[in-house]
Ligand binder design. Sequence first.
Ligand code: SF4
Ligand code: SF4
Length: 321
Amino acid sequence: MSSDVLKSNNLKAEALSLGFSHCGVAPAEPVDEAYMAHYEQWLRHGWQGDMHYMEDHLALRRDPRLLLPGARSVVSLLMSYNPGLEPTQKGIAWYAQGRDYHDVIRQRLRTLVGQTVAPVFTEGEVKGAFRICVDTAPVMEKYWAWRCGLGWIGRHTQFVVPGEGSAFFLAELLLTFEFDHYDAPCYLAPYHLGCGTCRRCLDACPTHAITDSGLDARRCLSYLTIEHRGSLPDDVRPLIRECFYGCDRCLRACPHYRAIPTAVLEFRPTAELLSMSDADWAGLSLERYRQLFRGSAVKRAKYEGLLRNLGRTAEPDDDQR
Ligand code: SF4
Ligand code: SF4
């Protein structure tokens, strides 16, 4: 076997030791045509709302070899943000309770590359290349998680790991190296096959955003409270009192969900966030917002967005986030 061929078991063992929950590898090939057709149909419905970046780079989404010239392998990695039975701040979606996952996962993927891939570079010549993708490149990440045999895409359109649920971040590593072994999908098609006749997530969704053809993000509380700029629809306001940044209802309704706590301590909430009361949120100042959410994904909604979700408007001197 060539020394340029990586051992998939070594990579998976290192990934698990770094806090990743699941890891699979697949050859870098074009994404299945039917999957891309389904995605493009979803875009044509306009269900992506204002997330216009999802319409961009379709050619790159279709073929990871255009993202990294010479790519021969795609590694899909999942990292849990499941709080288990640990306390959480009820107003914030689980994934955003701790540190920004982009930073945490990127750092750990660099370490993974350093431990498993970099030794192949050390023979005096550059033999290969890699690319780390953490929500930062046009990769069909749920497709690749399915293709690498880690689970399927549920009716709520999140990725489901059988017997564990959907409380996972997804990331990918593109490599110009081959592996000695590649994984196969556990399900014949990416969508719904593990769901059977279950429709619990549809029943749990208060805005009926989940349809049999996909998710209408424009009705999803997660989209409305995080991505959407401008005012909120009137019928949505009462629904976000329970959780004003994101929404975990469909994730929690899934029978595959288990309260298995993440091993990644950075994703746990700080004592300060846990101590926030309704009165504290009602009086949230810009200074407190910055302090609470330094290094957090919540900053994506910006201060004004959080105030809007809380039913307030920014004070005149709160002109910077
Ligand atoms: S996150 Fe909430 S609003 Fe969005 S689909 Fe799931 S249950 Fe519905
Ligand atoms: S709740 Fe049921 S239908 Fe929805 S993703 Fe989970 S298994 Fe599938």
